[in-house]
Design a protein around this ligand. Structure first.
Ligand SMILES: C[S@@+](CC[C@H](N)C(=O)[O-])C[C@H]1O[C@@H](n2cnc3c(N)ncnc32)[C@H](O)[C@@H]1O
Ligand SMILES: [Zn+2]
Length: 293
């Protein structure tokens, strides 16, 4: 049974949740309490919520169907290969930021079952799926651009697969010597179907741009490129279009009409970069001033 071994903080007052918090309810020392939704996740979005547009139910369903069909299995395995060595010690923990349906965290926990895990996503539709897939993880609805509900140095690995990156917060919650593992698309990713399905907006993240966006918090520690040759049915192609950022505004009817004209199988290349970063030492805290002097 999961026992919240990760050092979680109350999203309201940032005090640690009391040890021994129940599985269905978290209560901080100041009395802020969070009940698990029936699927088992906690909603940590407080106050006025967020300006970011969460993935909708049909985008999440498309993502779940596409990933469950195993098309990106090779990517999940490659991420697990890179993360597992940093989760080998007892008491190790991972944060999957923008966990979506929890697909990549599942593959990682199958590889390293002893690791404690937190899956964070802003979409409650995604979290419903993630909580079912990864019941041993703490699944949290939350915004990666808000202070993360984790103590400093709480995790050994942060994984971010096609999701936003808050460099300062990822560096804060990682232990020294831990790793941030980021998956981004490379030029040519899904090129065979991107145009005709309206999947525009998959902007390949240039390697230098990713490194620059993390500069000051992280140093590059290698990684790898991965190409997968996919053979997709028309409904796989529709799912692929809907599950990405274009899914927020795609005309569903027009997409269905376009994929209806595709052959039974379409060859599509998925081109990923998996980048690995190590957190730089945090700036030293200013010396405490003695009120007596
Ligand atoms: C393209 S999906 C990737 C999901 C998952 N990592 C995967 O590859 O299957 C991007 C995810 O980031 C989440 N997301 C977007 N903005 C977010 C934010 N500000 N905070 C947390 N999650 C966010 C979305 O809800 C979505 O599940
Ligand atoms: Zn509190």
């Amino acid at each position: 049974m999961p026992a919240y071994p990760v050092a979680l903080l109350c999203p309201v007052c940032r005090s640690p949740f009391a040890a021994g918090s129940g599985l269905r309810s978290l209560v901080c020392p100041a009395g802020h309490s969070f009940d698990a939704a029936k699927q088992g996740y906690f909603n940590f979005l407080t106050g006025k919520g967020t300006v970011f547009e969460a993935d909708s139910a049909d985008m999440v369903a498309a993502r779940f169907d596409f990933l469950s069909a195993g098309h990106y299995r090779g990517l999940a395995d490659a991420v697990a290969d890179l993360a597992a060595p940093f989760l080998a010690g007892s008491g190790s923990a991972v944060l999957d930021a923008g966990t979506g349906t929890g697909h990549y965290l599942r593959a990682l926990l199958d590889r390293v079952p002893a690791a404690a895990a937190v899956g964070l996503d802003i979409s409650k539709f995604a979290l419903r799926r993630a909580a079912r897939l990864n019941p041993e993880a703490v699944n949290l609805v939350g915004d990666v651009w808000q202070p993360l509900p984790l103590a400093d140095a709480a995790v050994d690995v942060v994984t971010v697969v096609f999701a936003p990156r808050n460099a300062a917060e990822f560096a804060r919650v990682l232990r020294p010597g831990g790793r941030l593992i980021v998956v981004t698309p490379r030029p040519g990713h899904l090129a065979e179907v991107a145009g005709q399905t309206g999947m525009l907006g998959i902007e390949p993240a240039k390697d230098e741009r990713l490194t620059a966006s993390l500069a000051g918090h992280f140093a590059a520690r290698g990684g790898r490129e991965l190409d997968l040759a996919l053979s997709l049915s028309p409904s796989d192609v529709a799912n692929l279009a809907l599950m990405g950022p274009a899914g927020h505004h795609l005309d569903r009817g027009a997409l269905a009409a376009r994929v209806a004209g595709l052959p039974p199988r379409t060859a599509v290349s998925a081109r990923f970069r998996i980048s690995v970063f190590e957190p730089l030492p945090l700036p030293a805290a200013p010396p405490a001033t003695d009120p007596q002097t």
